[in-house]
Design a protein around this ligand. Sequence first.
Ligand SMILES: [Mg+2]
Length: 348
Amino acid sequence: MSPDLDTEFERLSLPLADPFTIARGTTETAENVLVRISDGTHEGIGAAAPSSYYGETPETVEAVLPEYLEVVERVGDPHARQRIERELRQVVGRNPAARAAVDIALADLAAKRLDVPLYRQWGLDPAEAPTSSFSIGSADPEEMRAKAERAVADGFSVLKVKLGTGEDAERLAAVREGAPEARIRVDANGAWTPGEAVARSETLADHGVEFVEQPVPGDDVAGLRHVRERGAVPVAADESVETAADAARVADAVDVVVAKVQKCGSLRATREVAAVAHAHGCEAMLGCMVASNASIAASAHLAPLFDYVDLDGSLLLDSDPFDGVPMPGGDIDLGGVDRPGTTAVDRC
Ligand SMILES: [Mg+2]
């Protein structure tokens, strides 16, 4: 018999340790919406980390959640996630972060009921989880150098550098000086024209950059292809891809496809993006928003399915009320997880 499920949600306003700047602007507080789903014995935790780029705000999440959670309570079975996911889309489409919050909380609850960590429920190999990058927001070169030095001192070996805000060459050079041995990736968040991206790619290559993420705007697939064909480093698509169909659409224009649970709308949909990318000969990266572990912990369990991982969002917060999967120096320690579910737990 299916249990009765109780649901609730609340806003989490989480100040960042430092303002975080990307090409589209600066964030000082991460606004998440926490979802709790309980069967009376276990509680599943998830969170939405809405992005206005994908058409969501904390207010839109709070507006649709009552209808979504009504579906959850009516179905009453945390193991019926395929059905619930379908019904959520029928009630109100789009709203991927709001749907992701519900899906993550259900997955957490289902795995807790089965008394297994989520990755073991899926049968994934913890040894396959790639090392996560640590993000260096755009700032003046001195500050970026200091952040890179600190990240290396904290054990991180992979850095992701946010560019596209001017002084790109100086900023990247400063990070490289601060982290001479690190693997470095660059994310322009769509700031450049195809011509600018090709011109800058020489500098990126000189600094040993592994790939450049979203050099041109998300809707410019021809621009991505141009940068890939003429530029000096491989190209990744992030903002260009929300669905598995998008991954197929950009696959011949890029080398890497970036999936995030918060833009794909569910854990299953995120896995599909990786599968489609791989089927088309691309690599796949798993990213996240600047957000609480209540949002990110579930993603860590998907990491073994990806070639690259960027799951440092909680580390950019001043403090996170939720614990997640341990990630010392970016090494995702899934094998050390001894709690069931996603491992997102209240710290207090
Ligand atoms: Mg990105």
